[in-house]
Design a protein around this ligand. Structure first.
Ligand code: PEP
Ligand code: MG
Length: 578
């Protein structure tokens, strides 16, 4: 019988396939105690399973090539390290030897203990790292059961399948895509997880938080994942399948039509040229940006380098990463944002201050970087050195006042002098810009402009601070509204100030990549948009249908609107008139 489940959209698109349930965290274990004479054999059994799990990870690592090797390799390494963790191993041995637990029961007990430690953490990033424990223990558990039954081996081939699990490790996600995985349904997980980011990069529809997925879906059930509506249909009807086929046809047509725009200029119907940049977190985004004719990288989120690994990346490692981005963009400008750790982004190396009462208003972005001048200077040195391989700009996140920009400029000057003395080749000049995402910086933008060569507006954060609505809190979805008149006024003020000062201003929040908001942004005078590369063609297409002159004329009355409805109505009327 047809059943419909709902969840949050972690990656869009639709997919039809047979369900393959992987339940690493639902452990059915034999809890009868071992007899003394069984202990040694059980220890051996356990260690064989640990070896199998290590071997699997090793093989997975070997299968990764190119960008994947770098992006996913770090996660695999982290899991391999856990498998060699002496405390974990000692604990397991002790449970079997002293407590006479069977291997499965010992694994479950260790998993529960560690999960409780991670669960008690306030920090959302560290909490999410608790998933790693589950995934590693799940892998060993599967290896234990493999020794008992060949049944588990079917997990290896997943052609035409939809993975249904609680959470999926990024390493597994990469492996499954190589085997024709079509979509992912998670009963837990978050749209901000690394797996969700990878799913988007792989164009794999993914829903998370589908609460009943593991009880309502059985192995081999036919399921339709609808990453457009946020629905999973179990046993879809003929009508559902019809809808899926219509979507497939439309998506294919749309893809072909948009592909023609890949190297078309970005201009409005009345011929005004605008610039589209890409936001990038990983190297595959660079290739996508090039393929879709981006004018450059408008936001390179450098903190992802710090989030992927346990230790801090040093100057050399960062230099190589930045240089590769610049080389990949073939001379087009690349804007590297300095570390934006803090709030929901906590590094494993421990730079971020733990346990702040209100981390979104805490020591994050440039506030954190200025606390660690050595770490910050290493990053600035790496960016300066990479600058000879292309056109690089430095973007400073979470700026609140001009003094922070002055401090960053002083550190850049110092890094430049040190590097020159050490004989490094350096670019002639590097533009340094401020992100406008704190209301104080937006309101006092003129003083920030005096210390900045360009601005990038971060509406993801600016909206949450102007509206006092947490960007990660689903319950505030209605309040977190990019068309709120107050936000419009702030955006209008910042864009006008930059234009008057003759300095470039771009917008790199999510709304830049959503065609719905393009008319409003054009009306406010925005000429540079930066977005996930997958959105570039859609936005270019939308802009080609807009009349720049007409929208600009609308600006004064738009920023005087009192309500969201009035904003929408003005835009709708104007678009209909033309
Ligand atoms: C923003 O705040 O709009 C932004 C682009 O930065 P991030 O989403 O990385 O905080
Ligand atoms: Mg931000």
């Amino acid at each position: 019988m047809r059943r419909q489940l709902t969840g949050a959209i972690a990656a869009p698109g639709m997919a039809l396939g047979r369900a393959r349930l992987v339940q690493p965290n639902i452990f059915h274990v034999d809890t009868t105690p071992l007899r003394s004479e069984e202990v040694e054999a059980e220890i051996e059994h356990l260690h064989m399973a640990l070896d199998t799990a290590r071997q699997e990870l090793h093989e997975l690592r070997g299968k990764l090539h190119g960008a994947l090797a770098r992006e996913v390799g770090d996660f695999i390494d982290a899991h391999s390290l856990l498998l060699d963790d002496q405390e974990l191993l000692r604990g397991l041995d002790e449970l079997v030897r002293v407590g006479h637990y069977r291997a499965g029961a010992a694994l479950k007990l260790q998993r529960d203990r560690l999960a409780a430690v991670f669960d008690a953490m306030n920090d959302p990033y560290l909490k999410s790292r608790g998933e790693d424990i589950d995934q590693v223990i799940g892998r060993v558990m599967a290896a234990l059961q493999q020794q008992a039954s060949a049944e588990e081996r079917k997990l290896a081939s997943r052609v035409g399948e939809i993975l249904v699990s609680d959470t999926v490790a990024p390493a597994d996600m990469a492996n499954y895509t190589g085997h024709g995985l079509l979509g992912v349904v998670g009963s837990a997980g978050s749209v901000y997880s690394h797996s969700a980011i990878l799913a988007r990069s792989f164009n794999l529809p993914m829903l998370v938080g589908v609460r009943d997925a593991l009880s309502a879906i059985n192995d081999d059930d036919l399921v339709l994942v609808d990453g457009e509506k946020g629905e999973v249909i179990v046993h879809p009807t003929a009508q559902d399948l019809q809808r899926y086929r219509t979507w497939q046809r439309e998506a294919a047509n749309e893809g072909r039509r948009l592909a023609r725009l890949a190297h078309a200029p970005t201009k409005t119907r009345d011929g005004v040229h605008l610039r589209l940049f890409a936001n990038a977190e990983q190297s595959s985004d660079i290739a996508q940006a090039r393929n879709r004719g981006a004018d450059g990288i408008g936001l390179y989120r450098s903190e992802f380098l710090f989030l992927r690994q346990r230790g801090l990346p040093g100057e050399e490692e960062q230099f190589i990463a930045y240089r590769d981005v610049l080389l990949g963009m073939g001379g087009l400008p690349v804007t590297i944002r300095t570390l934006d750790l803090g709030a929901d982004k906590a590094d494993a190396a421990g730079l971020v201050i733990r346990g702040e009462d209100n981390p979104a208003l805490g020591v994050r972005g440039v506030r954190l970087s200025l606390r660690y001048p050595d770490v910050f200077s290493a990053q600035l040195r790496a960016i300066l050195r990479a600058g000879v391989y292309g056109t690089v700009r430095i973007l400073v996140p979470m700026v609140t006042h001009a003094g922070e920009m002055a401090a960053v400029r002083a550190l850049v000057r110092q890094a430049r002098e040190d590097l020159r003395r050490q004989g490094h080749e350096l670019p002639e000049r590097i533009d340094i810009g401020a992100m406008i995402e704190v209301p104080a910086a937006a309101i006092g933008v003129r003083s920030i402009l005096e210390k900045s060569d360009f601005l990038a507006i971060g509406t993801n954060d600016l909206a949450q601070y102007v509206l006092a609505a947490d960007r990660n809190n689903d319950a505030l979805g209605d309040l977190y509204d990019p068309l709120h008149p107050a936000l419009l006024r702030v955006l209008g003020h910042v864009i006008s100030a930059a234009r008057r000062a003759g300095k470039p201003v771009s917008l790199c929040g999510e709304i830049a990549g959503d065609p719905i908001y393009a008319p409003m942004l054009v009306a406010l005078g925005l000429c540079e948009f930066s977005m996930h590369p997958s959105q570039l063609l859609r936005v270019r297409d939308k802009l080609a249908n807009l009349d720049h002159g007409m929208l600009r004329a609308l600006a004064p009355s738009l920023v005087r609107c009192y309500t969201r409805d009035a904003v929408e109505e003005q835009l709708r009327e104007a678009l209909e008139r033309h």
